[in-house]
Design a protein around this ligand. Structure first.
Ligand SMILES: C[S@@+](CC[C@H](N)C(=O)[O-])C[C@H]1O[C@@H](n2cnc3c(N)ncnc32)[C@H](O)[C@@H]1O
Length: 201
């Protein structure tokens, strides 16, 4: 392994369970657009197993060089060149998807950018297309663990605009954008995997 590559230990820990969850949701031919791909570890792992899918990573410009290293070393021909996308910007005209995915972004970015992520997903997805989201969440104002409560406090102390999101707020936002909640899977380490489906467009 090239030790100059960025490495996220958390992505290494959770990639297998997320792969199992997303495998159940995708069609063989889905073109999957990822928001906030980070190091690119997830997309490289998924693309190596789900070889008939096409994978489109995206993130802020600063993230792309590291991601390119992971993609190059993966040798996966089904990963497209990473796309620069700040959630606050318009989608590039070349952006295309039949499914969307993002992990651990909703609690990092501000609420207006969470809104943008749902808007972008709804814009990209055809009827029946899925948006799969992974990360921690609150339900009816309750944390799912004391660890998540402490994590939320830490996030907010570092950036008051960040923080673990409330499921009811996500559901209302999704509804506003024509996305229906299909299922929630409880994942290890008090995270969730959410599936939303695009209503008739
Ligand atoms: C905690 S990391 C998650 C990375 C990866 N998805 C994972 O699970 O390992 C949050 C990601 O959100 C991205 N991000 C932050 N602000 C963003 C923005 N305005 N637009 C797009 N992505 C953003 C960061 O660059 C980072 O890759």
């Amino acid at each position: 392994m090239n030790d100059k590559k960025p490495f996220a230990p958390s992505a290494d820990r959770n990639q297998e369970v997320i792969l199992a969850a997303i495998t159940d949701e995708l069609n063989d031919t889905d073109h999957v657009f990822e928001f906030g791909s980070g190091t690119g570890q997830h997309i490289c792992h998924f693309a190596a197993t789900l070889t008939s899918n096409t994978w489109q990573p995206s993130d802020l410009a600063a993230r792309l060089p590291g991601m390119r290293q992971w993609i190059e070393e993966s040798g996966c021909a089904n990963i497209l060149p990473p796309m620069e996308l700040d959630l606050n910007s318009e989608l590039p005209t070349s952006a295309h998807a039949t499914a969307c995915y993002s992990a651990n972004t909703l609690h990092i970015v501000s609420w207006p950018l969470v809104e943008r992520l749902f808007l972008h997903a709804a814009t990209l997805l055809p009827t029946g297309g899925k948006l799969c989201l992974y990360g921690p969440c609150k339900f009816d104002g309750q944390y799912t663990s004391e660890g998540n409560r402490a994590f939320d406090q830490q996030l907010r102390s570092e950036d008051p605009a960040s923080g673990i999101r409330e499921f009811n707020d996500l559901k209302a936002l999704a509804t506003q954008h024509g996305l229906s909640h299909k299922r929630t899977l409880n994942m290890p380490a008090n995270n969730q995997f959410f599936v939303w489906e695009r209503d008739v467009t």
